[in-house]
Design a protein around this ligand. Structure first.
Ligand code: CP
Ligand code: NVA
Length: 303
């Protein structure tokens, strides 16, 4: 396995499945009150350039839960914010800590940190990917549905970082994925092309959300304007209105379909209150699973 977790396509289906299986095991152990010490003596640095509630706290909690220690640093409070080169920062941090979890803008930033750091670097969201989130999402699907391979997974809305990581996951783990994105908001073209070439199940991009959601087992939505796109919020809200996941649209999916949203959610924008709080929504299981998958990730890459 790669020494870093930057994007899902660097891994095999077997490797990703092993991380998910391990997270389910660790979740069971922690619910049973078993002491976990896989990070004893280890320190993890969280280097965040963008806001976070779930990812930050679940990584911190996961590290403490494995008996490790955490240092949180926002880049604007560090010398990075004053222009110190990434390659210097990477080499310095590696002298102090055993792993670096990064949330930032460009994917090239996590790649450069990984190239220079000498300790594992874990991508906790970039503009291009959100790999740890998709691992916890897939874990949630497996818990509720048993397995991914027979399912039709659907993505409705912006072709953003989450969509890109779902595309890679579908190609690596082998499940069917249909995305409905408005024109001009497609997922990354290269990622989609590579994934379609590699996939043994269809990965399809359409415009019409009703067409995409037909017979879906798993329905995913996310905010219409991601972090860093706040100025586009108003324009996007108009364009994306037909992509809102409401009861009527959801009725096109299978009756037992589950609804995922990585959160934070904007109610009455990408999803209605009724659907988010409805019986098909598993968003809080999904949020909880971030902590368990982060334990599996930290154990594997840092432990
Ligand atoms: N889902 C997710 O990554 O949430 P945060 O932005 O709160 O970390
Ligand atoms: N696509 C969203 C995900 C937030 C967890 C963003 O990048 O802001």
């Amino acid at each position: 396995m790669s020494d870093h977790l930057l994007a899902l396509e660097a891994f095999s289906g077997r490797q990703l499945q092993a991380l998910i299986d391990r997270a389910i095991e660790l979740k069971g152990e922690s619910k049973a009150g078993k002491r976990q010490q896989q990070l004893a003596g280890k320190t993890v640095c969280l280097l965040f350039d963008k806001p976070s509630t779930r990812t930050r706290v679940s990584f911190e909690s996961a590290t403490y839960g494995l008996d490790g220690k955490v240092i949180f640093m926002s880049s604007k409070d560090s010398q990075l914010g004053r222009g110190e080169p990434l390659k210097d920062t990477a080499r310095v941090l590696a002298r102090y800590v055993d792993g670096i979890v990064v949330r930032t803008f460009g994917q090239e930033i996590v790649e450069e940190l990984a190239r220079y750091s000498g300790v594992p670097v874990i991508n906790a969201l970039t503009d291009l990917h959100h790999p740890c989130q998709i691992l916890s999402d897939m874990m949630t699907v497996i818990e509720h549905k048993g397995a991914l391979a027979p399912l039709k997974v659907v993505w409705i809305g912006d072709g953003n970082n989450m969509a890109n990581s779902w595309i890679e996951a579908a190609s690596v783990l082998g499940f069917s994925l249909t995305l409905a994105c408005p024109e001009g908001f497609d997922p990354d073209g290269e990622i989609l092309k590579r994934a379609q070439e590699r996939a043994d199940k269809p990965i399809v991009l359409v415009r019409d959300p009703a067409e995409a959601i037909a017979d879906a087992d798993v329905v995913n939505v996310d905010v219409w304007a991601s972090m860093g796109q706040e100025e586009e919020q108003e324009a996007r809200a108009k364009l994306f209105a037909p992509y809102q996941l409401d009861k009527r649209l959801l009725a096109g999916a299978k009756g037992d379909a589950i609804v995922l949203h990585c959160l934070p959610a904007h109610r009455e924008e990408e999803i209605t209150e009724e659907v988010l709080e409805g019986p098909q929504s598993v968003v809080f299981d999904q949020a909880e699973n971030k902590m368990h998958i982060h334990k599996a990730i930290l154990e594997h890459f840092v432990g």
